[in-house]
Design a binder for this molecule. Structure first.
Ligand code: SAH
Length: 365
């Protein structure tokens, strides 16, 4: 296995330093006469201690803090521009602006009990155009850097810390296709996972993909314990190509073969997401077909109630029908769960808040 080790401290410093206009850590260190321990201090203050800003790190000399700030070196690559809470206060949605004006979303879900999950974005927009997805309808703007991804988690980690809580799970289910921005996403995973920094166990991180077969194979070789979720949404090529154009490049049989290779190599379970679209993919026939795809493998199906969006002509399957569909899978021996719906009143599905505030990317070109 070709395990990749990524140096989280170097990833963080390189990204923050380049934002401040420096090409590498050495030239930055020379400019501010920084010893390596100072760089470590900055990294830990931002990622582990979750300090508000460079200026809040009082263990650094005051003049140094001032000159770093002046040079444009800061802890946050994303700026919250709108924060909404669901009526039950369990879901908080943040819209974040990046330096070039692009906007991405992240959602905090505080489940009953001890689970606190953040759903983060890996790209501004998305190139894959899934027919039911608000982000997909808006088109692709650009990749996020590793710290633009990580800082969404940092924002909510600071937010919950005030209430004595910590983030227990991160899912890459916000805007964008994580495997279309592979290296920055894996760098962000290293930042989230670093025991000297943010310190979130890799088993608590999930990457969700539209099913890029070549990247699934690459991911299987990473030697990380991060969970893999596949957005399947349809059990055959005819239907899947209709709602997910990516299927024309990577059809169901190739996708399933890649998942089988992944399990064989890693011995880790694969999660399949299946968004329930009324009269589209919720028939008994679809359930039986899906059950056949899942049979005999280390697979788990997560049925997702659809959050309707104004720009996509789909309706969600009614709850009783979702449970009937689940029962067919269950009877066939497929481990199945139905996703708890959160934040519907604040349009917390992928791309929805941004859709309200920004024009479609292709419309603005
Ligand atoms: N590009 C990745 C991750 C982002 S989308 C992927 O496709 O997996 C995260 C999940 O939300 C995907 O399963 C996606 O299909 C689903 N999704 C998109 N729009 C949705 C909506 N309106 N309601 C429910 N789920 C949605």
């Amino acid at each position: 296995m070709r395990a990749v080790t990524r140096d989280a401290r170097a990833i963080w410093l390189t990204d923050k330093i380049s934002r401040a206009g420096f090409s590498d850590i050495d030239s930055f260190s020379q400019r501010f006469e920084l010893k390596p321990f100072r760089l470590t201090q900055l990294y830990r203050a931002a990622t582990k201690e979750l300090a508000a800003s460079v200026d809040a790190v009082t263990t650094l000399p005051k003049e140094l803090r001032a000159s770093l700030a002046e040079a444009g070196f800061g802890f946050d690559a994303v700026e919250p521009v709108a924060v909404q809470h669901s009526n039950d206060r369990q879901t908080t949605k943040g819209l974040f602006r990046l330096r070039d004006g692009s906007e991405v979303e992240a959602v905090l879900m505080e489940h009953h009990g001890d689970r606190t999950t953040v759903c983060i974005s890996s790209q501004a927009g998305c190139a894959f155009a899934c027919a039911f997805c608000s982000t997909g309808q808006a088109g692709y703007t650009r990749n996020l850097t590793a710290t633009e991804i990580f800082d969404q988690a940092r924002y909510f980690a600071r937010d919950v810390a005030v209430r004595g809580k910590r983030i227990t799970n991160i899912v890459f289910m916000g805007m964008g296709e994580p495997f279309h921005n592979y290296d920055a996403v894996m760098d962000a995973v290293a930042l989230l996972n670093d025991g000297q920094g943010f310190g979130l166990g890799s088993r608590h991180i999930t990457i969700s993909t539209v099913g890029l077969v070549d990247k699934i194979d690459r991911f299987a070789d990473e030697g990380v314990q991060v969970n893999l979720a596949i957005s399947l949404h349809a059990p055959n090529d005819t239907l899947r190509s209709q709602i997910m154009p990516v299927n024309r490049k990577f059809p169901v049989s190739e996708l399933m073969a890649a998942c089988a290779r992944y399990v064989a190599k890693t011995n880790r379970k694969v999660f399949f997401e299946y968004v329930m679209l009324r009269d589209v993919n919720d028939s008994d026939t679809c359930a039986h077909e899906l059950a056949r795809l899942m049979a005999g493998h280390l697979y788990h199906v997560n049925l997702i109630p659809y959050n309707s969006t104004p720009d996509a002509p789909f309706a969600g399957t009614p709850d009783p029908r979702i449970w009937e569909f689940a029962a067919i899978l269950d009877k066939a021996g497929v481990p199945t769960t139905v996703r708890q719906n959160m934040g519907r009143d604040i349009a917390a599905a992928c791309g929805q808040l941004r859709a309200e505030t920004q024009p479609k990317a292709h419309a603005s070109r």
